[in-house]
Design a binder for this molecule. Sequence first.
Ligand SMILES: *Cc1c(COP(=O)(O)O)cnc(C)c1O
Length: 362
Amino acid sequence: MDSAELDRLIAKLPRKRIGFYPTPFHRLDNLSATYGVDFFLKREDMAGPGAASGSKTRLAEFILGQALADGVTHVITQGVYLTNSGMQFAVACRVAGLTPILFLTRDESRHGELTEYRGNLLLNKIMDVEVHTTPTQGGAYWDTPGEQQRVLDAMNARKQELEALGHKVIVVPTGGAHPHGFVAHALTFKEMIEQAEESGVRLDYVYHTAGTGTALPGLVAAKLMTGSSVRFRSIAICAYRKGDWINEDVIVDRVKHILHTLGVPLPADDVIRAEVDVDQRFIGEDYAVPSPEGVAAIKELAVSDGVFMGPVYTGKGFAGLLEHVRTGKVEPGSKVAFLHTGDLGNLFEISQVVGPVASAGQ
Ligand SMILES: *Cc1c(COP(=O)(O)O)cnc(C)c1O
């Protein structure tokens, strides 16, 4: 189908307008000259309206669109205290006139006690968001079933309290991974392909940073629906393991969910799976721990073209892309778009999260 038909199918779904779309798409002239590859950025980080925005804003448009249609009043979501997703959902809720509530965890063994509001947490504070913080000890909370259950129980208890007062509440899983949102990034793909075509460019690759798996399913669904020849490459910031909370099977299921929602015939699982190519070599020591490659990539892009990636997600993702270019996994002369999913707020986090961005390369 063509992109107008894709648009028409998606336009049938409830949606609350929150961001500024289409987001910009532009070439990185200086980096392209350095590497002999045409680099482009799709700027989901500029989706707005909170300025330090990102890929969760599009998800929120569809999730909150349905929530408003259902008469929801409060939106509870969860994440690590520095969550980009939680902050963008809070912004989206403020726009939509819904009350945001965040349940956040902080690994004190790694990031210390909370003594100061910085980054996304500061933005949540400015928006007067109801924030519940649970300290954890060691590792990401989603890797520890006990910690995960503690957060789920706390969210459910708050939900019940609010419901007893007559409010209607939805719970959005970590990273905005609510089924109503998965379709959102089909539009990102559509916009990007159209924007590239307008500049006479046929993209060979789309790179992005993969975490909770909310952007990739929409991108893949739109590619399959439009018959594009673009290839996806995902750079992971957390492990994609079989049987775990996020992995390639989960992505395939979400693509099927999107196609089913849009009433499009499903291809075989293998056809979907062939679109999923996750490189896990750039996670570094752990989630939200700066990696030397990520820090170097943030610096390199800022110096060459004045664009800021963040330390938790996009710096690591861009590091992966640069390595693929240097080693020829992206062939010279290729046209590559990187999905800038945001992460700006985390540049203003504590040094254990940001890393030596201010000194690297000096
Ligand atoms: C959430 C997030 C990602 C990863 O998101 P997916 O759910 O895997 O698409 C990437 N980059 C940034 C900045 C994010 O906030």
